[in-house]
Design a protein around this ligand. Structure first.
Ligand code: ADP
Ligand code: MG
Length: 723
């Protein structure tokens, strides 16, 4: 045989990875942020008054003065030209979940035939990319395809290196002519503002006279797979859908647990060193690295940063990983479930609120006053997640993440909170305290008692919980590896804004009517834990019992994307986002529509690929094998030897099943879903997915029967274990 697969195996064996391009003398300190137009660079290059004004915008959210923009643009241009930039790009994050860039040249032709490097404040602040090719969920009239990008001053510009010329990249928001958000960044900035405002009200009640701006922080943990590119290119499904649509489980799976925290293969280490250096240059604080549960799976967790910067860095990290993996002859897979039956990939969003002065507001204090404050912010999380668990689920809904959630490797689709034993116990005591209304045994009095010491990194950390307290932050584990962190962050910020608004109002009212502050806090905590404690669950989220118990607690279990997305357009959800000026009703409907469209598109592509690969790769290989076996049977008969026809039956049955399944899939693809995005998406879930599964079942069976030299697709064994 000379299948693409066998050739790929030969090529992999012959491959020599590149040497890591490190300069001996280089220290991480010199490299870090070398390509970033950060505060230090600005301080050096901007007039003092201009610098002050930009910092006021970054740190206190003061509106940027256009005069200042001109000065910044000019300094930024000079800096970028020194760094070898020939172009500049407004970088934005459309609803596809990818990163988009509109590139323009710095050079503008002047009258005498020469060119002048131009970059004015208005080009820095605003761009005008053609928006017609980005999804908008009905937000933009087709005759008005314009969209506008605007600089996010709080996220620093940077120079991206490329052998063909460097580019100055400016992180921007992307909005329609009417100001509606067409991207993932706009709502993040809006939600951050809402969250900060109400957090500051609570801090004032706790005696912080004039707290500096409160922001949300995000530390994303990114899981990914690496496969050799020769294999990747020999798999049309990986190439076009990012996941394998065929392939039976490897004989050696992850059951040995020998990959997790095991030694990192040398070639992968080279890749990691290269990526880390690139990330450092871009000011991305990459930190830990280790093997993940599945073979070929790894993780990177940059240090946490302010939410919108972490979100931008996360996108940049993914692009960087893709590029550098190629350089090392590998493909980086961010899909949530590239290999069926093998652990999938997530992107844990570690979330906290605070500022540099106060640190994280989700850290327990060491005196009764600070504890009370911590418990109030914790209570806000409990109320938020209980009231809006459905929205959190919707924020991570996608066709690709559906393969992972609830599959005993990732949290279930039921959104609950893990507090750890001590903290859960504290809230229980608070609830009891109210019942007796005096300090009895096992109750906790706010303002008098201190908290038990909570472990900062509890060893018994419950990995089955979708939303876990981990000592100084909450960790949202449901987001998928391919998703932006923006969606989850927008939702968390907004539901926290609502909860903190409620809390601040309750406390302000109580205090104004003469209730003692500690009593007001005690009453409030009791009320919240009584009404919202149902969301707290410290048990095993993977167990079947939890499904039953969660139902009895009234917690929603939104299994698929199509169950979750309607949460976006319920009356309470739309009211919520409108109230905190994160999304208006139009924008909510647009997100819902885009979610459905993306879902149907993803599955549509996979279905067509399944049909094509089944028809042109798997079936022909199986038929060749069948023919060989049949020829063997007739040759034996002709020679007068009794022939066993069992092998012929064994291959013929799944071939027949494959043919039938392919015909059904073809039918399902030709009938189509219908007019609306909802009909298309429903058709994809209810018709296409089962039809694809039937094709795969027959094909995977054939993989175990067809002669190895005829099998066309690199196997799981090969892709996962050869690196
Ligand atoms: P795990 O044990 O869950 O694998 P890691 O140490 O790999 O945890 O990752 C933890 C992530 O949480 C890192 O990105 C880290 O920067 C982030 N993190 C730590 N403290 C905070 C905080 N206060 N707010 C937000 N993120 C944080
Ligand atoms: Mg984690």
């Amino acid at each position: 045989g000379n299948t693409v697969r066998l050739q790929a195996i030969k090529d992999v064996e012959a491959y020599l990875p590149p040497a890591v391009s490190f300069t001996e003398s280089e220290t991480p300190g010199e490299v870090f942020g070398a390509n970033v137009f950060n505060k230090a660079v600005m301080q050096k290059r901007l007039p003092k008054s201009v610098y002050k004004s930009v910092i006021a915008t970054i740190e206190d959210g003061v509106k940027l003065d256009p005069v200042v923009a001109d000065a910044v643009a000019s300094a930024m241009k000079d800096w970028a030209l020194e760094k070898g930039a020939t172009h500049y790009a407004h970088v934005f994050y459309p609803l596809t979940g990818l990163t988009a860039e509109k590139h323009d040249s710095f050079l503008e032709p002047v009258g005498d035939g020469s060119a002048l490097a131009e970059f004015a404040g208005k080009t820095l602040i605003q761009g005008e990319p053609d928006a017609s090719s980005f999804p908008n969920g009905g937000l933009r009239n087709t005759f008005e395809a314009r969209g506008y990008t605007g600089w996010d001053v709080t996220s620093p510009a940077y120079v991206l290196e490329n052998p063909n010329g460097n580019t100055l990249c400016i992180p921007t928001v992307f909005v329609s002519m009417t100001g509606d958000a067409l991207d993932h960044k706009t709502p993040l900035l809006r939600s951050q503002q809402a969250m900060g405002k109400h957090a500051e009200r609570i801090l004032k009640l706790f005696g912080h006279e004039n707290p500096a701006q409160i922001v949300s922080f995000c530390g994303p943990e990114q899981e990914y797979f690496l496969v050799d590119r020769h294999f990747f290119l020999a798999r049309p499904d990986l190439l076009n859908a990012g996941r394998t649509l065929f392939g039976s489980k490897p004989p050696k799976g992850q059951e040995f647990d020998d990959h997790y925290f095991g030694a990192i293969p040398e070639r992968v280490l080279g890749f990691m060193m290269d990526t880390e250096r690139e990330l450092f240059k871009l000011g991305i604080p990459a930190k830990t690295r280790h093997n993940e549960v599945a073979p070929g799976q790894f993780e990177i967790a940059p240090m946490f940063e302010r939410g919108n910067i972490a979100a931008d860095h996360q996108q940049l990290l993914m692009t960087t990983f893709k590029t550098i993996a190629k350089k090392h002859g590998m493909e980086c897979l961010f899909h949530e479930k590239p290999f069926e039956g093998v652990n999938g990939s997530g992107k844990h969003v570690n979330f906290s609120i605070g500022n540099s002065e106060l640190g994280s507001l989700l850290v327990p204090g060491d005196n009764p006053h600070d504890n009370a404050q911590f418990l109030v912010f914790c209570a806000a999380v409990i109320r938020a997640v209980h009231k809006y668990g459905g929205l959190l689920r919707a924020s991570v809904a996608s066709a690709t993440n559906d393969h992972r959630l609830g599959a005993n490797e990732a949290p279930p689709a039921i959104i609950s909170i893990f507090l750890g034993d001590q903290l859960a116990d504290v809230f229980e005591q608070i609830a009891k305290g109210a019942a007796t209304s005096s300090k009895g045994k096992g109750t906790m009095m706010i303002g008098a008692d201190t908290l038990p010491v909570l472990p900062t990194d509890p060893g018994d950390r419950n990995r089955t919980s979708p939303f876990a307290f981990t000592g100084n932050r909450f960790e949202f584990r449901a987001p998928g590896s391919m998703q932006t962190v923006n969606g989850p962050m927008v939702t968390i910020n907004t539901i926290m804004a609502e909860a903190m608004d409620y809390i601040a109002t309750e406390l302000e009212t109580a205090v104004a009517s003469g209730v003692e502050f500690d009593t007001a806090v005690q009453d409030l905590l009791t009320e919240i834990i009584t009404n919202h404690g149902a969301v707290v669950f410290n048990g095993d989220g993977y167990s079947d019992n939890w499904q039953i118990e969660a139902a009895s607690r009234g917690l929603p279990n939104l299994r698929t994307t199509l169950d979750a997305l309607p949460e976006l357009i319920t009356e309470p959800s739309m009211e919520l986002f409108e109230k905190y000026k994160v999304f208006n009703h139009r924008e909510m409907h647009s997100r819902y529509e885009v979610g459905l469209e993306q879902y149907a598109l993803t599955i549509g592509v996979e279905a067509r690929l399944t049909l094509e690969m089944g028809t042109t790769l798997v079936l022909p290989a199986a038929v060749r094998h069948q023919t060989e076996v049949a020829q063997n049977v007739s040759a034996l008969k002709a020679a007068g030897v009794e022939a066993d026809i069992e092998p012929l039956v064994a291959v013929s049955e799944p071939i027949a099943a494959l043919r039938t399944a392919l015909a059904t899939l073809k039918d399902a693809l030709t009938t189509g879903g219908g007019e609306s995005a909802l009909e298309e998406a429903t058709h994809a879930r209810d018709e296409l997915l089962p039809a694809m599964a039937a094709v795969r079942a027959a094909a995977d069976k054939l993989e175990g029967i067809v002669a190895d030299d005829l099998w066309p697709l690199p196997t799981y064994q090969e892709m996962l274990y050869i690196l």
